[in-house]
Design a binder for this molecule. Structure first.
Ligand SMILES: C[S@@+](CC[C@H](N)C(=O)[O-])C[C@H]1O[C@@H](n2cnc3c(N)ncnc32)[C@H](O)[C@@H]1O
Length: 220
């Protein structure tokens, strides 16, 4: 791959694509390199069954630090449901690193939970009044990105707190635009789900995030 053609997915989770450069960091990304060990942990009951996912090839890179890439080396960056897991000052540092690594004509696509859509989802669930539904619980889960109702005293509760970081900040369009401008980007365009300049959006934009996310692309 020519350095100028690099496509980078940061905080890819299990949704990376092998022809992209994928960065992630933590216990699950590490285990993705040892599927046998992961399966053993699942059989022993130490990890939930849902964690047996085929991850794409990835590099273990802590995106809070300087990315191991030259200035202007990257054509596209995809970053979905990641920056809200960091405090705003950390998210700003991550976006500044994205900007440093992007080509002048490069594009960064950001996907984050959107405060107005979260509220709309909650209001729709309240209006639908399905028996047994818990709209407030569902909103809390999306707001913090984490099942805060599982007691940390339980085994799974303790385990999940070791590698899941709940949301530290939330965004609407204005808050996102302030952040990207502060990071030095000039322009931000709001996009539809799976539509935009970044390639492979039919695979990268996940249906599960669609109802409550804002999709933007930013340029230098
Ligand atoms: C909510 S998941 C999002 C996964 C996927 N991008 C998506 O859209 O569903 C957040 C991801 O960020 C990763 N992550 C958290 N802290 C990180 C760090 N310091 N450096 C790199 N990745 C990190 C997590 O391991 C996880 O895969």
């Amino acid at each position: 791959m020519e350095s100028s053609e690099i496509m980078l997915n940061i905080g890819c989770g299990p949704n990376g694509l092998n022809h992209w450069l994928n960065y992630d960091w933590g216990v699950l990304p590490l285990l993705s390199k040892f599927p046998g060990a992961r399966r053993c942990l699942i059989q022993l009951g130490a990890l939930p069954k849902g964690y047996d996912l085929p991850w794409a090839r990835l590099k273990l890179v802590d995106i809070r630090k300087k990315f191991p890439l030259a200035d202007g080396a990257v054509k596209f960056i995809y970053c979905s449901h990641v920056i809200e897991h960091f405090e705003r000052w950390e998210a700003l540092h991550i976006l500044r690193e994205c900007r440093r690594c992007l080509r002048d004509d490069g594009v960064l696509r950001l996907v984050v939970p959107d405060i107005p859509k979260l509220i709309a989802c909650y209001q729709q669930a309240v209006a639908a009044a399905q028996p047994g539904a818990r709209p407030a619980r569902d909103l809390c889960r999306l707001w913090w990105g984490f099942d805060k109702d599982i007691a940390p005293g339980s085994f799974l509760g303790k385990l999940s707190r070791r590698f899941i970081r709940d949301h530290q900040w939330n965004y609407d369009r204005q808050e996102l635009e302030l952040l990207v401008k502060e990071a030095g980007f000039r322009a931000m365009t709001v996009c539809d789900f799976a539509k935009g300049a970044v390639p492979d959006l039919d695979k990268l934009d996940l249906e599960g995030h669609k109802a409550h996310s804002i999709y933007v692309e930013v340029t230098k």
